[in-house]
Design a binder for this molecule. Structure first.
Ligand SMILES: [Zn+2]
Length: 303
């Protein structure tokens, strides 16, 4: 990766315009933005078709995504194969032994396997062509996603180096949240959505897990007890795991031709239900803006 790009990534990250602070809810696509469960489902969906399969070419139709697609990507990947396909936060990390292709789906991106000789649509920006006649296709109408190449330890990449723990690991728990929140006046919902605290708790999952834990989203983070943080950490894990499980079972097909893979609607208890009755106590749910994000809670169940 060239120095100018590293500098730009670092500046973008520091100005908080990178993916750890994605813009406010996009109008009309509130259920579609890929969150951690969709990215994990994508990872699982593409792995078997992609792993150890020789790459023959890369077709870049649009290089102007969130950051430019490296011009040498075809030369870099051709003749190699991905040996590891991992995820960190909402970044997919495809390693071919020489380096890592970092893919972020942005606000509207998707990946799927298609026949390599099939026609490409307007938003099909990149194909990674495999020797078996298939291609991994990156599609992204809003072009806020990215493909970047990185050699060397991935943890040191400017987009990844400041990320907090993965929510589904033991490192993320109530004691950790309690310790990190000490003295902080920030609303607890904004606190758990901060990627430096914990990654992958998007707006939907923050709303849902706070409801399940009975915690009001606007409560100052520093004024929540250890016991309530333990409950919150458990609920965050549960909500994300449920979404991954739903993704795994409702997923149509990553080799199919139509639609977006991996994005699924779940039964939500508060998100998108402002003014509707609480599913527990029937009180009309309250909707506010918190940190520019739609926030829905029950005045009676959440304190
Ligand atoms: Zn209620």
């Amino acid at each position: 990766m060239n120095r100018a790009l590293v500098r730009r990534l670092r500046n973008d990250y520091n100005s908080r315009s990178a993916y750890n602070s994605v813009p406010p809810d996009p109008v009309g696509s509130r259920y579609d933005m890929p969150e951690l469960p969709e990215v994990e489902t994508t990872r699982r969906g593409i792995t078997s078709s992609l792993l150890h399969k020789p790459i023959t070419a890369v077709r870049v139709r649009t290089s102007q995504l969130r950051w430019p697609v490296p011009g040498q990507l075809g030369r870099i990947l051709s003749g190699s194969a991905f040996e590891r396909i991992e995820r960190r936060a909402k970044y997919l990390l495809l390693n071919n032994g020489k380096g890592t292709l970092i893919i972020h789906l942005g606000m509207s991106g998707s990946l799927r396997l298609v026949p390599a000789d099939g026609p490409a649509g307007k938003h099909d920006h990149v194909d990674i062509v495999l020797a078996d006649g298939q291609a991994l296709r990156f599609t992204d109408p809003r072009k806020f996603g990215c493909l970047l190449w990185h050699e060397g330890p991935i943890a040191g990449h400017p987009l990844l180096q400041h990320l907090g723990p993965e929510p589904l690991t033991d490192a993320f728990n109530g004691a950790y949240l309690k310790r990190l929140s000490r003295g902080r006046k920030l609303a607890v919902k904004s606190f758990i959505m901060d990627g430096a605290v914990v990654v992958g708790v998007g707006n939907i999952y923050a709303n849902e897990s706070l409801f399940n834990a009975g915690i009001r989203p606007s409560r100052p983070a520093g004024r929540i007890s250890l016991g309530r943080y333990e409950l919150l950490a458990t609920e965050i894990k549960q909500v994300l795991q449920n979404a991954i499980d739903v993704g795994g079972t409702t997923l149509r097909d990553f080799t199919g031709g139509d639609g977006k893979p991996g994005y699924f609607k779940q039964s939500l208890r508060v998100y998108g239900r402002g003014k509707l009755p609480c599913k527990v106590c029937q009180t009309p749910l309250t909707e506010i803006r918190l940190g520019q994000r739609s926030t829905v809670y029950c005045q009676s169940c959440q304190t």
